[in-house]
Design a protein around this ligand. Structure first.
Ligand code: ATP
Length: 427
């Protein structure tokens, strides 16, 4: 049976992945857990999310179905943050005899939930139509993620990575985490590039240790279960209550929809879009750098490198009108939040000055608006300013935000192969 679960946590505590790890360990005493649990990240723009819009699924074999369902449902009832108005758990049980009939629809539902916006009614309708056993707590929004996680488990044909999550002992939840920073840097040194986003070397930050009140102590991401386990073996920290290695769609760009025009863009979706820079990048209050991008039809959209993207903004500030780029990111409030950018073709940049007088060699003065230039002393005039091409301080290439600003679903440049342009890893 596949069990999908979502929406059990709140900002004050808990974490759906912790519940999954706990259930995996508890169910092991009377059922057999098959394969790694699944941790999927769904549409990153969904406003109801607590943090990273995660949902989980377990695959188990058992003797006593009712005992399993009772155990899982009771655990969710007792552990979910049900008092929180934004916590609406959902759990779905897909029995083995339903796998073939449910696989295609659940798999498509999963892929849609990563890219699109789905209603609670759609989720309830699908679960009922497929005849699945499910439980919706409160408004049941968690059913959307729970069904998606089941779809991901039933059809494993999607690009994937792994995450090793270590959880804290309950007594210390909400307190400062005790992790030896140097051991984390060592874990990265020993396993990068098979693991990634553990640290951010440019910004000298530890990325894999969260700061929120949830039970996660740290999470190591990488290309295989063995790589993330190896990295974790170097970490020196406070006692770990339990660990779990998940197969995940993190770092896959599964959320991105390629489009050829801005007119196709909708709010709360994520895109790959090519166009020309059509305004000088400006840095507004708060440190966010924004420029306008124009497509072939002349439509425009604001593209932003927000303050948390740190040094990535320096690259964006070097762009000028007519540069040709491909932007990757989510659209909310009519602005595309850049996760990656491919600078395909650089426009020529000129230093424009008043021309020199052919007689005395001094710079001419402006003769007034749109009236060219004149040398007062010699009386010579010219219509054309002096243009000297300047060497651009940026190279064509593929650039990404640094690890400290990475979104869960964003594919790291180190995971791309055979790129024609130079790749500039943010690290
Ligand atoms: P954490 O990362 O700490 O586990 P979270 O960020 O996963 O928390 P949830 O508490 O799971 O946040 O809340 C997200 C809610 O949004 C869930 O109820 C989920 O079912 C729903 N949801 C997920 N994807 C979509 C989607 N594409 N359309 C509509 N609702 C969605």
């Amino acid at each position: 049976m596949v069990i999908g679960i979502d929406d059990t946590d709140s900002r004050e505590g808990m974490c759906t992945t912790y519940l999954c790890a706990l259930l995996r360990d508890e169910l092991s005493s009377f059922a057999q857990v098959i394969s790694e649990p699944i941790l999927v990240r769904l549409n990153p723009t969904i406003p109801y999310k607590t943090r990273g819009n995660a949902a989980v699924a377990l695959f188990i074999e058992f003797e006593d179905k009712d005992k399993v369902i009772r155990h899982v449902t009771n655990k969710i009832s007792s552990m979910a943050c049900l008092d929180n108005e934004n916590t609406n758990p959902g759990v779905v049980f897909v029995e083995e005899r339903m796998f073939d009939a449910a696989r295609d629809e659940l798999s498509s539902f999963f892929k849609r939930a990563v890219k699109d916006v789905i209603t609670i009614d759609e989720a309830k309708e699908l679960a009922s139509r497929l005849g699945l056993e499910f439980r919706a707590f409160k408004n049941g929004r968690g059913l959307i993620g729970a069904l998606s996680a089941c779809g991901a488990m039933l059809d494993l044909k999607w690009d994937h990575t792994y995450e090793y999550l270590a959880y804290r002992e309950k007594e210390v939840w909400g307190t400062k985490r005790v992790v030896d920073d140097s051991s984390i840097f060592e874990a990265d040194r020993q396993t990068y590039p098979d693991t990634w986003d553990t640290v951010d070397l440019v910004n000298n930050m530890i990325v894999c240790v969260p700061h929120s009140g949830d039970p996660v102590l740290y999470g190591i991401r990488g290309k295989g279960a063995a790589s993330v386990e190896k990295a974790a073996s170097f970490v020196v920290s406070e006692p770990v209550e339990r660990i779990c290695v998940y197969r995940t769609n993190q770092g896959t760009d599964m959320h991105l929809i390629p489009v050829s025009s801005i007119s196709e863009i909708e709010e709360m979706h994520s895109y790959i879009l090519e166009g020309e820079v059509c305004s000088e990048p400006v840095t507004i209050r708060g440190g966010h750098t924004i420029f306008t991008l124009k497509d072939a039809a002349g439509d425009i959209i604001d593209c932003a490198a927000f303050e948390p993207t740190k040094n990535f903004r320096e690259l964006v500030r070097k762009l000028i009108p007519d540069d040709r780029v491909i932007v990757y990111g989510s659209v909310t409030e009519n602005t595309l939040n850049i996760e990656k950018i491919k600078v395909i073709k650089l426009a020529k940049e000129y230093d424009i000055r008043n021309p020199s007088c052919p007689s005395c060699g001094k710079r001419m003065k402006s003769a007034g608006s749109e009236q060219g230039y004149r040398c007062k002393k010699c009386g010579t005039s010219s219509e054309i300013p002096e243009k000297t091409e300047i060497k651009r301080d940026v190279l064509p290439g593929f650039y990404e935000v640094p690890p400290c600003a990475r979104r869960h679903l964003a594919k790291q440049l180190l995971r791309f192969e055979n790129e024609e342009l130079p790749v500039f890893h943010g690290r």
